[in-house]
Design a protein around this ligand. Sequence first.
Ligand SMILES: *[C@@H]1O[C@H](CO)[C@@H](O)[C@H](O)[C@H]1NC(C)=O
Ligand SMILES: *[C@@H]1O[C@H](CO)[C@@H](O)[C@H](O)[C@H]1NC(C)=O
Ligand SMILES: *[C@@H]1O[C@H](CO)[C@@H](O)[C@H](O)[C@H]1NC(C)=O
Length: 383
Amino acid sequence: MTKKRAAPPLAAAPFRRRLWLSLELVAALSVLAFLFVVLRLQSYSLTTPQPTLLLFRDPVPFSGEPKIAFLFLARAGLNLDFVWHSFFKNAQVGNFSIYVHSKPGFKLDQSTTRSPFFYGRHLEDSVQVNWGEASMIEAERLLLRVALEDPANQRFVLLSDSCVPLYNFDYVYNYLMSSPKSFVDSFSNKKERRYNEKMAPSIPKHKWRKGSQWITLIRRHAEVVVDDDFIFPVFKTFCKRKLAEDIDEKQISEPASEKKHGCIPDEHYVPTLLSMRELEDELERRTLTYTLWNNSGSEKDKRSWHPVTFQYGNASPKEIEKIKNIDHVYYETDLRTEWCQCNGTFVPCFLFARKFSPGAAMRLLNERFIRPFEISSLLQESS
Ligand SMILES: *[C@@H]1O[C@H](CO)[C@@H](O)[C@H](O)[C@H]1NC(C)=O
Ligand SMILES: *[C@@H]1O[C@H](CO)[C@@H](O)[C@H](O)[C@H]1NC(C)=O
Ligand SMILES: *[C@@H]1O[C@H](CO)[C@@H](O)[C@H](O)[C@H]1NC(C)=O
């Protein structure tokens, strides 16, 4: 038997060779097929970017003091420029910068502001902002983009034209600089009706967040917001405002799926983007801007809640002190109590407050909450 194996019949040899050839062919084809699949997978992942795989910008070196960029989202001018003037007057010029987004064509100069700090600080390429629409986040992104051009800007504070500071500059500066984190109000809401299923899979429902528009970002997060071209288009398409009035009027005729997605982009965009990018560990998940909500309409119906505007009458020292003493925030939908912290130490929650009328802001100044300040000196300077 062994002999037979050792000396196979001659006729078998060409057959063997053919067998080997075809085996080689099959192997070669398999390798090709495998390569083809790998390449296809690669091009697939290139055309459908996974946000977690996106890179961060390299840190930009700078010399000198780090600055806080104060970013104002204003309709037109700044009514409360006199409060901010006294705030910035007590700061070193090299420790802050100011950027204002106003309606297109609006310029800040001697004729539109009493404070020289704001001269020329408007963005040239501003957009028309409509409340509750994507144009609001476009304006925020523009402010961040322009502020990022100065490498010394290390913290980015978004403010409205009705915001006031509750402390002097040094306090705000040290508070923000002592923390390596951003301050972004962010919570999930199991009963969230603003999430649109069509956003999946780009934005899965468990990543959807809500939070106050008034954020403070570290530089790295400001870059993430400006560089985002993945989440923003989804928001533009699927997160659209529906006026409360519209909903009431159309409730009968509109299908339920239509009316439930009324969505206010600026209350969802940044917290959702940062949760998509797995950056929530780098956040203090709260806002630094206090808002008093008027829920007198109905305790339950949050749609009717609206911010109270402080007037001279209810901006008493006692009221302001109450705001400054708040040290925790309760998040009802998360069943989470946030004890306000900054780099591991307990601190007051709020550095800023809204919405203030000029009268209320004047009272705040007079009561010397910000710093001993002579109203007359400001009036002399600006006249
Ligand atoms: C501001 O900058 C100066 C140097 O220009 C620095 O000595 C100071 O500590 C900085 N901080 C504040 C809060 O002003
Ligand atoms: C934050 O806290 C740590 C630990 O207490 C401390 O070493 C660090 O200097 C603090 N960071 C800043 C920026 O103050
Ligand atoms: C709250 O809103 C109601 C009407 O919805 C109004 O009458 C009331 O004056 C408001 N309260 C404050 C403090 O603004």
